[in-house]
Design a binder for this molecule. Structure first.
Ligand SMILES: CC(C)(C)c1cc(CCc2ccccn2)cc(-c2ccc(S(=O)(=O)CCO)cc2)c1
Length: 200
């Protein structure tokens, strides 16, 4: 896993843009995005999640979420309200190759859930998960198996943690949490898909 970070501050708060690139054998981009987007799976892999509500089903590929996350000492509890969209993207570089898949999560507002009125500090995020499937067909023309596929995952995020927190503390959290989250999530997808037909 390669991680790239730029140190940026907004009103004295660290909101470091982050990019992580991680290649995982045995899964496809469609499968990664399916499990990242699907509300029915989120409690399985998002371990800091306390409460998740789908506020709106805009379409089958676009949802509005309200998430309350567990309080991680010494910070106060956070919540986040965002729209989430999943889509397939044509492979511009290789028309015969597998499509790319992406999920974008972007903070938004909702009249019934104004920020910072209860115990939670609202965080604001932009997240993009871009997945490129790679197929290395077996030499002997045998049927394709999960040994012949891998997925290059590019995860980009900018998170404004809301409420003030020391930049040094936030950077330590970012540094610790993101690799953990990506490894935990991708291991979950590998485990969920290992005995299922490949979803391209
Ligand atoms: C660490 C920081 C960046 C400030 C942070 C803190 C918290 C609040 C809970 C928490 C987690 C870890 C450490 C501290 N607090 C949540 C998130 C967060 C929430 C959502 C998404 S998502 O990509 O939309 C996946 C769907 O859940 C990504 C990141 C980030």
């Amino acid at each position: 896993m390669r991680m790239y970070r730029r140190e940026e501050e907004v009103d004295g708060m660290a909101v470091d843009p982050l990019k992580a690139v991680h290649t995982v054998p045995g899964i496809t981009g469609h499968e990664v995005c399916h499990y990242f987007f699907g509300p029915q799976y989120r409690y399985d892999w998002e371990t800091t999640l306390e409460q998740m509500t789908v506020l709106e089903t805009v379409s089958d590929d676009t949802l509005v979420f309200l998430q309350t996350h567990k309080r991680i000492w010494p910070a106060s509890q956070r919540d986040v309200l965002f729209w989430s969209h999943m889509r397939k993207l044509p492979n511009e570089n290789d028309r015969d190759g597998p499509d790319l898949w992406t999920v974008v999560n972007n903070s938004t507002t909702h009249l019934d859930y104004p920020p910072n009125v209860g115990k939670c500090v609202r965080i604001y995020l932009k997240v993009c998960l871009l997945c490129q499937t790679r197929v290395d067909p077996p030499k002997d023309g045998a049927p394709l198996t999960r040994d012949n596929i891998s997925c290059k995952i590019t995860y980009c995020s900018v998170v404004n943690p809301g409420g003030w927190a020391p930049a040094s503390v936030l950077r330590a959290v970012y540094k610790r949490e993101y690799p953990k989250f990506l490894k935990r999530f991708t291991a979950y997808v590998v485990n969920q898909t290992k005995n299922k037909p490949i979803m391209f």
